[in-house]
Ligand binder design. Structure first.
Ligand SMILES: C=CC1=C(C)c2cc3[nH]c(cc4nc(cc5[nH]c(cc1n2)c(C)c5CCC(=O)O)C(CCC(=O)O)=C4C)c(C)c3C=C
Ligand SMILES: [Fe+2]
Length: 415
């Protein structure tokens, strides 16, 4: 038993118990799961599927995001690591220890193959999602001709103040869960397994998802107090996901078919300044009401904004520099993003200010026609710019899902 699950069966839910008890049979059933989500906040999310979990999966409450630099020069070692990581990820997402012996089941004279801090905790909706950064496609691993055109470096945007030490990375892993200890445990164990082959470049903790990715979820609030994610792309929007989320055959190299591109931006908020801005100004900046999240031209949260509507003075009710006007698909030829960001507070900055903001994450089919034009517009015109600063950036090609236990993260890229 200890080799199968050191965390026990409680909280696993029906699918999790089946996975623990029935091995390969249960795994096969998980492959057919149409949408990767847990039946409860503590249950398991299926790991295997044609797309990676953690993208359309209803956004969990907690994030531990990490990027790694690959330090080995051997392609075979990198492939071996991806295989080992995949096996550990398949286990941990189902509430098992990272390795088959576990935190306490192995040789007492050897380091345990799991660090142990998730012992007794349920799977908590853990998803692990991998991405490959542009730097992986340099001359080290023979991948230069496999770099997707959509993984083009992001241009510089006005006003950003990017810190190299917390930007980029050869690989990224997004761990999302409804228990922060479960997300941290997963990243820590991947880093442990990668010792000598990869080195952590930076990591970011997040809390309080700032987007809904399913219509079944209530819209959460960001640290500016506004509902965030109202007009996000959601897993129920099947046609939009096809057009704006998943890389399709013919888009680029076939190894990315069924994958998606992740843009990350750590965005510091000047919360103390924001908190001194009048309510009317805050609402004008977003173009939405702070209470219900309704557009300033409507009454309810999901009313469509009317950008043509003018007030008694003849000026637009939703201002020309309002965030939702500038980011709206109608300003970008229909382009959309699947936003999946998290709030962060990294303590204080030594100057009496909270080091707080939004760890923005957005998945898309092609950043060149989605994130880049939207951010170009926002960086040039958004009234919100007075209160925010982009301090880190990342762009990653997230391959399609791992289909079964014989497959591994990025297999099509290396074969
Ligand atoms: C380049 C993309 C975007 C960045 C960067 C960004 C930063 C950012 N956004 C908020 C808060 C809100 N954003 C909202 C909507 C919204 N934002 C983007 C894109 C970026 N935001 C899009 C595409 C949209 C949807 C626009 C639409 O279709 O109406 C909203 C409104 C509610 C909602 O629909 O989610 C809020 C609030 C912050 C605080 C921020 C940087 C710190
Ligand atoms: Fe936004």
């Amino acid at each position: 038993m200890s080799g199968l699950s050191r965390r026990g069966l409680f909280g696993l839910g029906v699918a999790g118990v089946a996975a623990v008890g029935a091995g390969a049979v249960a795994t096969r059933a998980l492959v057919d799961e149409p949408v990767a989500h847990a039946s409860s906040t503590s249950g398991p999310v299926p790991f295997y599927g044609s797309h990676q979990a953690g993208i359309t999966t209803p956004a969990q409450d907690r994030l531990h995001f990490v990027t790694f630099d690959v330090v080995t020069k051997e392609r075979a070692e990198l492939v071996g690591l991806l295989q080992d990581w995949t096996a550990a990820a398949a286990r941990m997402t189902q509430g098992k220890d990272a390795g088959t012996f576990g935190a306490v089941g192995g040789d007492p004279e050897a380091p345990p193959d799991d660090t142990g801090e998730a012992l007794g905790l349920p799977p908590s909706g853990l998803t692990l999602t991998i991405g490959f950064g542009a730097s992986l496609f340099d001359d080290r691993f023979g991948l230069a001709d496999r770099r997707p055109p959509a993984l083009a470096d992001l241009p510089a945007f006005p006003g950003e103040d990017l810190q190299k030490e917390i930007s980029g990375g050869d690989l990224c892993v997004q761990a999302c869960a409804n228990d922060p200890q479960v997300a941290v445990h997963a990243i820590r164990n991947l880093a442990r397994i990668g010792f000598g082959k990869v080195a952590v470049r930076y990591s970011q903790l997040g809390f309080g998802r700032t987007s809904s990715t399913s219509r079944a979820q209530a819209t959460p609030r960001n640290l500016m107090g506004f509902k965030d994610g109202t007009n996000n792309m959601k897993l129920e929007d099947t046609a939009m996901l096809r057009d704006y989320l998943w890389a399709a055959p013919g888009d680029g190299p076939s190894w990315m078919d069924g994958g998606s591109y992740l843009v990350t931006r750590k965005i510091r908020m000047h919360v103390e300044t924001w908190d001194r801005a009048p309510l009317a100004e805050q609402q004008a900046i977003f173009g939405r009401d702070k209470g219900k999240g309704a557009p300033l031209t409507g009454t309810n949260e999901f009313d469509a904004p009317d950008f043509a509507k003018t007030g008694p003075d003849g000026t637009p009710v939703i201002a020309a520099d309002a965030h939702v006007r500038l980011a709206h698909p109608s300003s970008h030829g229909g382009a959309r993003l699947l936003r999946r960001g998290y709030n962060f507070v990294d303590g204080s900055d030594g100057l009496g200010r909270l080091d707080a903001g939004l760890f923005f994450m957005a998945y898309q089919r092609d950043p060149r026609t989605q994130f880049v034009p939207i951010q170009k517009t926002l960086s040039a015109k958004d009234a919100l710019n007075e209160y925010i600063k982009h301090v880190s950036t990342g762009l990653f090609a997230c391959p399609p899902g791992v289909v079964d236990a014989g497959d591994y993260w990025g297999r099509a890229l290396f074969s």
